[in-house]
Design a protein around this ligand. Structure first.
Ligand code: DGJ
Length: 728
């Protein structure tokens, strides 16, 4: 007999069916037995679920494998019990469900060791509107003495062997979120992070698994999984000699064994997963909706168009320059100005990047009228004001460090290892006193200057030596985890006190793009590389799990400050408009023509902002396929409005570019085409014309390879942004 999660309490020995409208996760929770996973995938009818085993579709694998009995298999949990026993043997003692505030249900399968008073609760939370299930585990030590957790992953998912391909992200600073696709190999394929603070530069804690061979964007069965964690993680697929690939994900236990005292509970971060038969883009849409509705801070509020000062002036912040930048962004239609690094420091001035972090007082020599002066100036221009901080850090050249050298991450008997500027060190967030300091950085700013609308929260260092001056000698292995517990606690306090300020998460560019952070943050900076061409690739990668509303995407100078590439303003604007639009340059360096393009882009973006920031993403032509173009579109949930982006990413004479069929429209609706950001002397031939969704999705529109502009104004970069509005 089947029990559907959602009934108040599921009787023992029954199958538990955790369903969302399009997916089913089926477990067997027989009392006295380990919890088994039978199925995960396309939604099953009750009849098909009952006949699962007959069709060979039931997996009968432990849903949360533990280490010790048959120790050759990979496990999600490995424990040394208080008496030294390294085996764990858990069996189901009960199942309960409760309705969640978010409209889904939480099913908890309670398990206990057959010998020790040691409890493992495996939880599943459903998000029906988004077809996402989250799983996480609570481990409780009821034994007489200390238990050591050697491995404590969040979840496990078996996937039937077949033509399974893995899609994941890799990169480095300024080249984040490249995609890689490969058949899942025999042995172990591992994605991991050990930075300590920033966990998405080199790889991402997310993976998509195509069940139908090489993944496609809009067709095929795909499982997507994202570990929601702020710290070190590991995610691996073990393919042994059996019939299944085994996907595990959770906190990276390396050098992090965790001691649980009697009565203590350890709760793992959540692993969120989904299934779609609409290809990679289908999985992305589920994650985007779930993110906006449940994970991202203020995911239902439109984001403002901003100018950030970093690439415009770097540390050379001063009142006159800030005021000029505010005037300029306001004159172009922008809504917010953000003053980046360089505004603080009293005894030590932040003129170069080797001092003052921790001394969050205004440098009066640069800003004689302080923050109040800047806020007045912003309001005079009718825009809002934001400010940069890096609260988890200090410099050895700072008053904070002089007062409290014991607050930083450092190992005994070792020289302190210093990062950026030869002086940057990390504050030890495991220490409650440090948590107070970090809370106060934000609290003081917001209390003193409640008109601050936006904070850019940066973090530019990893853990550079393993040592907490706060944790006891026998708990040094807790550093990586307790740092993040402390950070999360502090962020909770900040958000309770200041729920409305927009906070951008930045970490040397895209070092913290993980759903684990985003409950406290409204958006992230995806890279320190603002080159529009490379951004097509990086933002493409980022879009697999993260929605445009959260993706800071700025028009910057040409030549670009990182790649030195010269890209015309139209292309730069068309790329930035596909995320949360902003500017990252000194507007005074722009000529009038470039300003006009920016002004137009900002006006056009305002019109399409709800579609980009709340619409459904359909990736159409991947830049990674090197077909000469990249293209994607956003469509409203009602399918009555859409924006289509097309970027030519290379130029060769005689090159044949594919025409791009659109996706996500209603075949039976008619759409009028309007070009946005137009720079051509004449409109496109289809400007103002109407086409059916069916035509657009089977044929697409032909994009001219170059612009129709005066001869000397043509460039090797072209791009188009088209709005498609339903005609009733
Ligand atoms: C790194 C960030 O990614 C940049 O955008 C900028 O804020 C600098 N830090 C400032 O130091």
């Amino acid at each position: 007999m089947l029990a559907i999660a959602g009934t108040p309490c599921v009787a023992m020995g029954e199958t538990v069916n955790i369903s969302t409208p399009q997916t089913s996760l089926i477990l067997d929770a027989a009392e006295g037995q380990p919890l088994k996973i039978l199925y995960y995938g396309d939604r099953l009818s009750e009849a098909d679920a009952s006949a699962l085993s007959d069709g060979g579709g039931a997996m009968w694998l432990n849903a949360y494998p533990v280490y010790g009995i048959y120790p050759m298999a990979e496990a999600a949990l490995s424990v040394t019990h208080s008496d030294g026993n390294r085996t764990t043997d858990i069996a189901v003692t009960g199942v309960s469900t409760r309705t969640d505030a978010d409209g889904g249900e939480v099913t908890t399968v309670k398990m206990r060791d057959r010998f020790y008073p040691f409890d493992v609760n495996v939880n599943y939370r459903t998000y029906p509107a988004e077809d996402i299930i989250e799983t996480w585990v609570d481990v409780t030590n009821g034994e007489k003495g200390m238990v050591t957790l050697n491995r404590f992953l969040s979840g496990y998912l078996p996937i039937r062997y077949g033509n399974v391909w893995m899609h994941s992200l890799y990169g480095t600073w300024a080249d984040e979120t490249n995609i890689t696709e490969e058949p899942v190999p025999h042995g172990v394929r591992m994605i991991k992070n050990k930075d300590g603070l920033r966990n998405s530069h080199t790889s991402h804690a997310e993976v998509m698994l195509s069940l139908d061979g090489r993944p496609r964007e809009n067709q095929g069965r795909v499982i997507g999984a994202a570990l929601c964690y702020t710290g070190n993680y590991k995610m691996f697929i073990d393919t042994d000699d059996g019939d299944y690939h085994h996907l595990f994900a959770g906190i990276n236990e390396e050098n992090s064994e965790y001691h649980l005292k009697k009565g203590e509970t350890f709760t793992t971060p959540e692993l969120a997963f989904t299934y779609s038969d609409e290809g990679l883009s289908g999985v992305s849409r589920n994650f985007h909706r779930w993110g906006r509705n449940h994970r991202l801070h203020a995911g239902d509020k439109e984001r403002k168009i901003l100018l950030n000062s970093w690439e415009g002036v770097y540390l050379a912040v001063n009142e006159e320059v800030m005021s000029g930048m505010m005037e300029d962004i306001a004159s172009m239609g922008g809504e917010l100005f953000v003053m980046d690094d360089g505004w603080f420091g009293d005894k030590y001035k932040r003129d170069v990047d080797n001092s003052s972090l921790g001394d969050w007082v205004v440098d009066k020599s640069k800003l004689p009228h302080g923050i109040y002066g800047l806020l007045d100036e912003a309001s005079r221009h009718g825009i809002r004001f934001g400010i940069w901080i890096e609260p988890e850090m200090t410099n050895t050249l700072s008053e904070l460090y002089e007062r409290h050298p014991e607050y930083v991450v450092k190992a005994p008997h070792r020289e302190i290892v210093k990062g950026r500027g030869g002086t940057q060190v990390v504050l030890d967030m495991a220490n409650p006193k440090v948590q107070d300091i970090v809370f106060e950085v934000v609290d003081t700013l917001m209390t003193k200057y409640p008109a601050i609308d936006y904070i850019k929260w940066d973090a530019n260092a990893p853990v550079m030596e393993h040592g907490s001056q706060y944790l006891t000698a026998d708990n040094q292995s807790h550093l990586y985890i307790d740092y993040h517990k402390g950070l999360e606690k502090t962020l909770d306090r900040i958000r309770t006190a200041h729920p409305d300020v927009t906070i951008q998460l930045c970490a040397s560019g895209g070092g913290r793009v993980n759903w684990g952070f985003l409950p406290w943050f409204d958006e992230f900076w995806c890279s320190d590389n603002t080159d529009a061409l490379q951004r097509v690739f990086m933002q493409w990668g980022t879009s697999y799990f993260y929605p445009a509303i959260a993706m800071g995407s700025h028009i910057s100078a040409s030549p670009n400050h990182q790649t030195f590439r010269r890209i015309p303003i139209k292309f730069r604007a068309d790329v930035a408009m596909s995320g949360r639009l902003g500017l990252e340059m000194q507007p005074r360096d722009m000529n009038e023509e470039d300003r006009a393009v920016c002004r137009q882009a900002i006006a056009d973006y305002k019109a399409i902002r709800p579609i980009v920031q709340f619409g459904d993403l359909y990736r159409l032509q991947s830049p990674y396929e090197r077909k000469g173009v990249a293209s994607l579109m956003y469509v409203t949930p009602e399918k009555d409005d859409a924006v289509f982006y097309w970027w030519k990413i290379e130029t060769f004479m005689g090159q044949q570019l594919p025409r791009i069929p659109m996706a996500g429209l209603d075949p039976d609706k008619n759409y009028r085409v309007t070009e946005l950001n137009r720079i051509d002397n004449q409109p496109l031939p289809y400007e103002g014309k109407t086409f059916s969704g069916r035509y657009l999705m089977s044929n697409g529109l032909e994009m001219p390879v170059t612009y129709r502009v005066d001869y000397h104004k043509n460039t090797d970069y072209s791009s188009r942004v088209l709005r498609l509005t339903e005609v009733r």
